[in-house]
Design a protein around this ligand. Structure first.
Ligand code: ARG
Length: 562
């Protein structure tokens, strides 16, 4: 049940065609102060067409609107303020949540159409960076959100597994590498081989030529080169999958850059058939001067293809293969120009669907105000960071609840959840300051706080032994009403997080709901046997349902005890 829609319908009807329903919906506001009611409709925009003062229009509307959902509707200056009928509405909201359970808030905006999400996409033979963590976590949550809205998400890990750096790595490995050492600690060893290559190449430039040669061999399918490349890739993937397992994030496709190696000729053919290619300093490019952008590089003077060529090819392949309605690219904001160029080149090729491609940028993760780097000496190994969080969560639990049965499992949910929540609670374009201590607090704006609230609510339900037979009659007191109004907003929050591609909308909402619920819990005696106890328990049940589902959308688990 959507009271906003009901209110909008009433107003549209009474306005008799002066405004379409959708506009009315958009105009309706949620007043900041309780005295101004639960919903308010401003009449300014009607003054011209109705040739009446907004205050007069408001008076007129207020006197006409009626519904069992509304207690009373008053004109307040140019506003029509609606006070909901708490008893009816709260009964409705609770009943809806209790019947729909974790489907509550599901929307049918997507109608089963596909959305591809390009997320995570780390680079082979390099450490999994903090930026890749953000892409993984934001992308996974967006995939959950689009699914909740009726789309079919396709999670694609566009691995950075191709490019001239593999020529360098092959040369370095052949000269200085060892099979056993790489196997022992692949990422670290491959990285130091890569670093060694650059150090050595400063005095021996012929190494660069050798590397180019080996990459060329790789592109041409040379057996030895391919074998080594495959091995680097497998070893790297083994490492990455440890992180994915800890985060419990899965992909529908691991088609990375290498996958498009044999498909790029076709892209170049398409571009040249439409006369979009020009030569600039020996390289083939698509000019974008009409958009005031630098040209998009397609082919280097030595014939090698580029990152952009592979992304164009990937887009064509994905449209063909998935027929996506939308294609989202969850990649740091430093690649904004790249994606602008790719989307425009596809538009120049005449593809309507290029307009449905969206780059979803995000900020950096900072440590003490500086970008957390994975380069050279000071690499932060993400797997260690996650394990630290889990250990710390374990310690916290040990202190708070030493008799908890499945501590290891819960510590994992809390440790991982704290990292994810810490990332997602801020608008994604903001930088995130990384602090394990901060993110693991059980109080404040943290994941563990929301999880803890959920667990507390679960424990009330366990104590009550109420099972599934809750029959809400509706509640009218202020504390219940604050919680119920928030519960009612969940579907709107989901819709907003979809349209702005902001999981933070959900994270912020969960914090608010937790705070409101904890207030409720400290003011209201829930387990006192009276005729409203059943309804209070329904509130508790509804809160657990929404907290759990909201956390799930963020990619976080909700333990029932912690
Ligand atoms: N591997 C790239 C990087 O680490 C990110 C790839 C993003 N996806 C894409 N389709 N370009 O910078």
């Amino acid at each position: 049940m959507e009271v906003l829609e009901a209110y909008a319908k009433e107003i549209t009807k009474k306005l008799d065609g002066a405004l379409p329903y959708e506009t009315v919906c958009k105009l309706i506001e949620k007043p900041k102060f309780q005295e101004q009611g639960d919903l308010a409709f401003p009449c300014f925009s009607l003054a011209k067409s109705l040739r009446k003062a907004p205050t007069v229009i408001a008076e007129d509307l207020a006197s006409k609107i009626q519904s069992e959902l509304f207690e009373h509707v008053d004109a307040n200056g140019p506003y029509v303020n609606c006070f909901l009928n708490k008893k009816t509405v709260s009964k409705n909201v609770l009943e809806t949540i209790l019947t729909e359970c974790d489907h509550y808030g599901s929307l049918d905006i997507g109608k089963g159409e596909k959305i591809t999400l390009d997320l995570s996409s780390p680079n082979i033979a390099k450490p999994f960076s903090m930026g890749h963590l953000r892409s993984t976590v934001i992308g996974n949550s967006l995939a959950n959100i689009v699914e909740k809205c009726g789309y079919q998400p396709v999670r694609i890990n566009h691995l950075g597994d191709w490019g001239t750096q593999f020529g360098k790595l092959i040369v370095a490995y052949m000269r200085w590498g060892s099979d056993a050492i790489v196997k022992q600690n692949p990422i670290k060893e491959l990285l130091s081989l890569y670093v060694k290559f650059h150090d050595e190449a400063e005095s021996k430039p012929e190494l660069e030529d050798e590397a180019r040669l080996w990459f060329k061999k790789l592109e041409d399918g040379d057996e030895e080169a391919t074998l080594l490349w495959k091995w680097f890739r497998d070893e790297s993937l083994k490492e990455f999958s440890k992180i994915y397992e800890l985060l419990d994030i899965h992909f529908d496709s691991y088609n990375g850059e290498a996958f498009y190696n044999d498909k790029m000729d076709n892209t170049i053919k398409l571009l040249s058939e439409q006369n979009l290619l020009s030569t600039s300093e020996g390289a083939e490019v698509v000019g974008l001067e009409e958009y005031n952008l630098p040209p998009c590089l397609i082919k280097k003077s030595d014939g090698a293809t580029l990152y952009a060529t592979r992304d164009l090819t990937a887009a064509l392949y994905r449209q063909n293969n998935y027929r996506f309605k939308k294609a989202l690219y969850v990649v740091g904001h430093e690649q904004s120009l790249h994606f602008k160029q790719i989307f425009l080149v596809l538009e120049k090729l005449g593809y309507e669907w290029a307009k449905e491609m969206v780059h979803i940028p995000f900020g950096f993760i900072l440590k003490d105000g500086k970008k957390m780097s994975t380069r050279k000496g000071k690499i932060v190994l993400l797997e260690e960071v996650i394990r630290d969080a889990i250990d710390l969560a374990h310690k916290n639990i040990e202190e708070k609840n030493p008799t908890l049965a499945n501590k290891d499992e819960v510590a994992k949910m809390v440790g991982v959840g704290s990292i994810i929540f810490h990332d997602l609670k801020n608008d994604r374009l903001n930088n995130v300051e990384f602090s394990l201590e901060e993110m693991l607090k059980f109080e404040g704006t943290t994941g563990p706080y929301v999880q803890y609230t959920h667990a507390r609510a679960c424990s009330i339900l366990r104590k009550s032994g109420s099972g599934e037979t809750l029959n809400p009659i509706g509640l009218t007191d202020a504390h219940s009403w604050s919680v119920i109004k928030l519960l009612m907003e969940f579907p709107t929050i989901i819709e907003r997080s979809l349209s702005s591609y902001e999981p933070s909308q959900i994270a912020k909402y969960l914090l608010e709901l937790s705070q409101e619920f904890n207030k409720y819990y400290s003011h209201v005696k829930i387990l006192i046997e009276d005729e409203e106890m059943n309804t209070r328990l329904a509130v508790v049940k509804a809160v657990t349902t929404v907290l759990k589902e909201g956390l799930r959308l963020l990619g976080i688990k909700a333990p029932e005890e912690m």
